[in-house]
Design a protein around this ligand. Structure first.
Ligand code: NAD
Length: 102
């Protein structure tokens, strides 16, 4: 199903799960055009992002302005989204096997 038109008219939302070095800039880039749910399990990081602060200190406050994004640590909020992008850590062990638990 092509949901692009509904993403454009904001009747459907995108979520980004894991707002670190990769997830936060990605979520903010999408939030310039679409309505985004930004989810992270770390409530302290979510609190900072709500105040327009990047916990990883890569982005300035400007990156947050004009963005349509709801920052949340509540997994129930992910139900509002119809397209999910996952950017959680996947550290590898000595055999280069990723830990997929996150
Ligand atoms: N950083 C890079 O340069 C880079 C480059 C290429 C690929 N990647 C890949 O991108 C992915 C994310 O890496 P990163 O560097 O952004 O990691 P990161 O450690 O900067 O951020 C990960 C975020 O995910 C959150 N998180 C952890 N478990 C979670 C869960 N179960 N649900 C929701 N949020 C959770 C953490 O609180 C953190 O905010 C990894 O798979 C990594 O291999 C990273």
């Amino acid at each position: 199903m092509n949901i692009y038109p509904q993403l454009q008219d904001k009747s459907k939302k995108i979520s980004v799960v894991g707002l670190g070095y990769v997830g936060l800039p990605l979520a903010l880039a999408f939030a310039r055009r679409f309505s985004v749910i930004g989810f992270d399990i770390n409530a302290q990081r979510i609190e900072m992002m709500r105040m327009g602060e990047d916990p990883s200190r890569e982005l300035t406050a400007d990156a947050f302005t004009g963005c349509d994004i709801q920052f949340t640590a509540n997994p129930d909020d992910l139900r509002q989204a119809h397209f999910h992008i996952v950017a959680v850590p996947t550290p590898v062990d000595k055999h280069k096997v990723p830990d997929l638990r996150p």
